[in-house]
Design a protein around this ligand. Sequence first.
Ligand code: MN
Length: 322
Amino acid sequence: MSNTETHPAEMNCAAGPDGTRPALQVLTPRDVPLGGPRAMRVRRTLPQRARTLIGAWCFADHYGPDDVSASGGMDVAPHPHTGLQTVSWLFSGEIEHRDSLGSHAYVRPGELNLMTGGHGICHSEVSTPGTTTLHGVQLWVALPGEHRDAPRDFQHHVPEPVQLEGARARVFLGTLAGDTSPVRTFTPLLGAELTLLPGTTLTLDVDPAFEHGVLVDRGTVTAHGTPLKHAEMGYAPPNHPTLTLTNDGPDETRLILLGGPPFEEEIVMWWNFIGRSHEDIAKARRDWMEGDRFGVVTGYEGDRLPAPELPTIALKPRGRAR
Ligand code: MN
């Protein structure tokens, strides 16, 4: 996924019923077009004004179910990344992935694709002709300073579903509900899909050193006593040894659970790059426009994406919350 947004909107932090701060911070999404003539739209919950990161998770786009015959689906031309990993997770549809490592892969429902764009990678993402409905999430993970120039990498994993009382988990990163993903990350992370039948309350043991995000894909859920609506992300701070989720609605609920220890470094995120300074970003942009730092995607029909103009004001590093 390529970030086309240039003017992030204000965030809206809901208060509890009595006007107090809720147990979970509610991050509401904003609508962002992916660009192009029949642009597909995504719901972005990270980053936003009130929260840049949850663990090392620094970007969360949620899209669909999208009728591809109306929207044209996804067609993101080759574009670069630095200092981050991309996580693609689908609920329906199929995306063809090509990158400058030489990977040619298909992103399918229930299958993790994690791409490392440390020092520099570029990739294209196109929904396949057989896709009628596209529905999923695109997530980014910030790399810690000592690994931000990591070599290009691409990992694929199909987690075995874990059956729980009234619920099911697919753990694509980290450990939850007795399952551990073999996929390597540079900081401890949790990434899982959860489904809860109506009337189910699920109490999960989680790492108390982690902060967590609960993104609602379908239905509604009450997390730590805080109701979350469709497409909202609930943020739970560290020091909770359990996470309690209740589906009190009439339909099955589907969630994405993210977690990790607070990422204490300040980062600069601009377009598809993560760095530590304005100069890092300016150099990555120059290298994309002129050099061969990012390699070449083969097999994509069309031109690669040009970088937008850098803002005239210097980009400033941001911490995890403000
Ligand atoms: Mn991308």
